[in-house]
Design a protein. Sequence first.
Lengths: 581, 189
Amino acid sequence: MSHDFEELWTRYLEGELDEAGFAALQNFLASDSDLLVRAGDLYEEHRLLGFALQPFDDEQFVQDAVSIVENDGQQFIGNVISELSREPKAFARGAESKATQSDPAANAVRPFQKRNWQQSFLAVAVAASILFGALAWFLADRANEPGGRGSIAESINGVPVPVRYIATVLLEDNCNWGSSNSPAEGQRLSSRTLDLKSGLAVIRFDGGAELVMSGEASLRLRSAGSAELLLGDVVVRAEQGAEGFVLTTPTSEVIDLGTEFAVKVNRVGDTEVHVLDGEVSYRPIDAANELAKILQAGEGIAIDRSGLPRAVPMDSPRFQEFIRRVNPRSRSDLLTAYEGFNYSPGILPLEQSTVGIGWKGPWRKRMPSERIQPDTDSSPDHFEIVHGQMNVSWPVPGGRLGALKLSGGGVYYVRPLKKAIELDREGVTFLSLMLRETKRPSNQREHKERLRLTLRSSDDYYGEVISFGHGPRYRPTVQTGAGVWQSSPQTLPAEQTTLWIGKIVSHKEGDDEVYFRVYGEEDVLEYAEPSTWHVVTREVDLKAYLDLVLLSSEGTTDRIVDELRIGPTWRSVAPILEKQQ
Amino acid sequence: MATSPSLDEIIQRVIAGDLDGFTEIIRACQRPVRAWIVSRCPPGGDADDVAQQTFVAAFKRIDEYEVGTDFRAWLFTIARYQLMAECTRLKRSADYHSRYVPHALSQELERRTLGVAEEPTRLAHLRECLKQLEGNARDVLDWRYAKELPLAEIAERSSRSVGAIKKHLFVLRQKLHDCIEKKLTEETA
């Protein structure tokens, strides 16, 4: 074992490795399979040393796990009762439904409280049996919901198990889907079959592989790393980290080995595999694993129903060629709310801040009932509009015509939305905001700089929220109310214009998903949402009706914000560069 | 591992609605499950959270378990899926491989996760090997792993430089690794 590896490995375990060090360690490990196995052993032993030597409260772990189980059961029953108490049509917002929205504290991490198990679950059992008939109606109603993207996959012990989402729709172009349950851009997909009649769609599996399907095609999504092509043409791109993607067809199984390949299946199930880059492993579907063969870039193979492979000329466009042909364009026409602060430079009374689309009224300061956290507010009664103070490196007109300057102190401005974001139903919402940090104080602990874009509810202002922003440590953070927040370990680029993009995937049942990514001036936005985000939440289950946007700025420095966009797709909010035809 | 009759009895009680029984199951199984998850959990992951989710998922599916079969194997399978989900979540974080774990090591850990899930054999051997360490060596490991002291503080306590402590830690880890490998080889023989 070399001294260099020893040095790198020790620094790695001590958390001292920088990006160059990571790259060097990666080179060591990627080029020596024995060393990689040894590193795997050393890593395991390092972790087990912590396990063996660190004090751990076993009993607290037991009680915490029990507490989670208990709360899960009770929360489910409460949710069902709440749903059943509504009129079937009242899934759209109504006065009654607002009254049944969950207690925000329900989302907080609850301290362990030991309860009588038998009592709790006897109550659950009785409630479950009483509700059985009504529950059947409830589930059937939900299953028949138009476009209802499966919210319950199965039921165990009367407890619905949330769907496991395995992929995301990245792009749709003139898609005509075979079923009424048409997927939409940005939508999360569970294990299901996609029947495309015409058009083009790009799917990204959570394992990292991306797949483009075009024309008439039928694809069954199996897991985050596998699918079955029943009919049609697809091209799979599995870059570093996504190797091992498995695509089965009626006659064969293809395993990606870090590559790009095309698979075509005709109506009788005959299969062609074409390798565009790298290599794949393939075998007839009924053959043993040992009979798998490797297909190299530039090669093609056809496998018919009899399982006999024969070479065919490689013939398929590349993945990027499909994207280039579609030339994904901005869909700002889909925006549900937009604020570009397109006013003349100078002072603008708040009551005159009426431009933009998708708003119920102008911006306002917080009302007394909303002025609790914090209870001080130095927001002026006017906006200061500035021009030309953003360094806009993305293809957007904003930032030049007008932008809002938020002065230091604690300023809070609220604007009501026409179309609320309803977290108690299936949906996808994207948000973006451009902002410029004028100065970053050197003593961050003292200055407590915070900037947030928060979605709140007018009926329950301090209830469930979704907030994107940063705190004193300048790390991208998502807050969901009741003190629950999740941060990135990365620090925002200092004193430059950044573009914030958030994505909210709400599910009727199970965890909602909130994503947050901040782009610096050097970052390029792709045609579709990124595969990696700065913050990806987990265990967030919200039911709120978010109809207010709150911009809040705290600290000593001025900030400039612009181009607030809310829409249903990535392309509706992200300033993407369209290729010239 | 064969399921002891008492564990099956407890499981039957849980299926029948006795939920205190589930507390007993967690108490009996949490250490080996946590040990496996800790040993496989990639950097940035929350092993204890994955372990908790494992037990929550096991409770929700307890009626799928066939009484009389290997409960621990069933539980470890759930743990494996929970850990795979955590790995997928981590990989979606920006710059994960350039900040938390080199890509090759990440793949190696994932490969191991797909293998047999059980209480790590290495843990028992590690405990034995630790007993062979004495004096200052054991102190350094305790400061580093039990108390999680910064290297600078460990250096100060032992009147040595930070570089020397790093070197010492590397040597100790190698020594433990060799000891574990030796025991694994003896076990196989």
